[in-house]
Design a protein around this ligand. Structure first.
Ligand SMILES: [Zn+2]
Ligand SMILES: [Zn+2]
Length: 336
């Protein structure tokens, strides 16, 4: 279920706010996600209130992330001075996690402050990118790629980090190079006076920026539900209507791996697996005033667990234990 209309986003935000009431210990990620939906619905004032509420709470887990999201939100609806003050505060605080940096750098980029955006991307990488880091994590990859994009728009030559950005991008997205993607000047330089070509190029850049931004407005993994064998047996005994969803436990495990690979192949980043239990699923169904036998609840349950910070990142490293709990290595089990 992917909400599309403002009304869908508001309904989803309301649902997350109710869940946050039920699970106060997980309120922060739930409120952040609710705020993202409110922003997408154009309810920037309400989103801003949620960010303020988080910042005023006892000990926010990710204060710099909340400030960055608030800055992006405020600037978007006309509170530029406040947004700039927040951004300056984040730069001074120099957080050691990628998301706040990426959000402020993209906010500056979005408002045509390319030099300042470039400085933020570079400051972030100097903190976060380890020397000789082969397997660059997702969040850092976005910083490399964002910096690469801004540098091309500034007309700067490639440097070492740009070369890393190109290499990392090629390893994950082999069909189009980062340089093709980030070269808004290519057609001008070629002397093209074909406005259709120019328009297509600009549209391509915008859509890339758009997909990063939508990933940012939801800094939570897209998660698939995993029922351990004993839980699945108990579930199907209690709710045999769900048998069509889960013919056998082995097939369920195979489906999980296949869905995640499909999502990855179609460019979805930041994937995860959430582990289901019958009692927590029943509690979820009750909170939705629905019956656990309603299969439509399953994806919502998965989303809610992910929003509560319960997802394990997928894929595991090949040598790490498989997510299915078999005790074998991922590369020799479902990762084979
Ligand atoms: Zn490049
Ligand atoms: Zn396995």
């Amino acid at each position: 279920m992917r909400p599309d209309t403002p009304a869908d986003h508001i309904a989803e935000a309301e649902r997350l706010l109710r869940t946050a009431e039920q699970y106060p210990e997980d309120a922060e990620p739930l409120l952040l996600q609710a705020a993202a939906h409110l922003e997408l619905a154009g309810e920037r004032g309400r989103a801003s209130t949620l960010y303020d509420r988080l910042l005023a709470s006892e000990a926010p887990e990710h204060p710099q992330l909340v400030k960055a999201l608030q800055a992006a939100n405020l600037w978007e609806y006309g509170h530029e001075a406040e947004a700039r003050a927040l951004i300056n505060g984040i730069r001074t605080a120099a957080p050691t996690e990628a998301p706040p940096w990426e959000i402020i750098a993209e906010t500056l980029e979005h408002h045509d402050e390319l030099e300042a955006s470039h400085e933020c991307f570079s400051a972030a990488l100097s903190i976060l990118l380890a020397e000789g880091d082969e397997d660059v994590p997702y969040a850092t990859r976005s910083l490399l790629s964002g910096r690469h994009r801004v540098r091309r728009m500034l007309g700067l030559p490639h440097d070492e980090w740009d070369a890393t950005a190109d290499r990392v991008h090629a390893a994950h997205t082999p069909d189009v190079t980062l340089d093709e993607l980030h070269d808004p000047n290519r057609l001008w330089a070629l002397g093209s006076d074909n406005p259709a070509e120019l328009k297509a190029e600009i549209a391509r850049l915008r859509s890339e920026l758009g997909s990063y931004r939508s990933a940012l407005s939801r800094p939570f993994p897209v998660a698939v539900l995993h029922w351990p064998e004993a839980e699945l047996t108990e579930l199907l005994e209690a709710y045999p209507e769900l048998e069509s969803e889960y013919p056998t436990h082995a097939a369920h495990l195979t489906d999980i791996e296949a869905s995640l690979r499909d999502l990855a192949a179609t460019g979805t980043e930041n994937l995860g697996i959430v582990t289901a239990t019958v009692p927590s699923y029943e509690a979820f169904a009750a909170s939705e005033q629905s019956s656990p036998s309603n299969a439509d609840l399953l994806p919502q349950y998965a989303t809610t667990l992910a929003a509560r910070g319960r997802a394990a990142a997928w894929p595991p490293a090949r040598g790490a234990a498989c997510w299915c709990g078999s005790g074998r290595r991922y590369g020799e089990c479902h990762g084979a």
